[in-house]
Design a binder for this molecule. Structure first.
Ligand SMILES: [Zn+2]
Ligand SMILES: [Zn+2]
Length: 195
């Protein structure tokens, strides 16, 4: 339990608040590392492919050491409380899904124990009920096969002939003899400069 609480505290610092989604992500990440007999990735030893963009993802990131910046976190927006964890070294992968029963049990246990009360101390004390809920009570686990996710690579930058901004070479296009970034090539960008 203390390891769980330690890592949950770390996840809370990263996420900004303590919520059921974060708890689910932390439990899912810990269960996955146990299945893969691995520990938190320093680099990209373990890859996580998450199936939603909820609070749980932040729990997974902290526990597993998967992040956008390291390139070992991928998002498939299926809207499911599920994720697959892949160990590069062995090619092993497990998909974990929070079952409906598991979710109900987690919420009702936390709620009965006072997790949602206004009293913060009582809310934290309620986390003890999680000790009585096993990984099997929460998750359906499938052994799966996935295509090895691409490894992060450092690519060189080139300067866009139109806007003059350094851009990763592989994300530029050659149009009429000019090397252009995507916004210049497509004439579409998500922002408009004020001046
Ligand atoms: Zn949250
Ligand atoms: Zn450009």
């Amino acid at each position: 339990m203390s390891r769980f609480l330690d890592v949950l505290a770390e996840a809370e610092r990263f996420h900004g608040h303590l919520c059921p989604g974060l708890i689910i992500g932390v439990r899912m990440g810990l269960a996955a590392l146990k299945l893969l007999k691995s520990s938190r990735s320093k680099d990209e030893e373990v890859v996580a492919i998450v199936e939603n963009d909820s609070c749980a993802v932040d729990g997974i990131q902290v526990v597993v050491g998967a992040s956008l910046g390291k390139g070992n976190l991928f998002v498939e927006k299926y809207g499911k409380m599920a994720a697959t964890f892949y160990l590069r070294e062995t090619g092993e992968a497990y998909r974990l899904l929070l079952t409906q029963d598991g979710g109900n049990r987690l919420f009702s246990s936390l709620s009965e124990a006072g997790f949602f009360s206004q009293d913060e101390g009582a809310g934290r004390k309620a986390l003890e009920v999680l000790e009585n809920i096993g990984d099997d009570d929460l998750f359906k686990v499938q052994r799966v096969i996935i295509k090895a996710p691409p490894q992060a690579q450092i690519r060189k930058s080139v300067v866009c002939d139109e806007c003059g901004e350094p851009t990763m070479e592989t994300l530029t296009l050659e149009i009429n003899g000019k090397r252009l970034c995507i916004p210049c090539a497509t004439k579409k960008r998500y922002y408009e400069p004020l001046v």
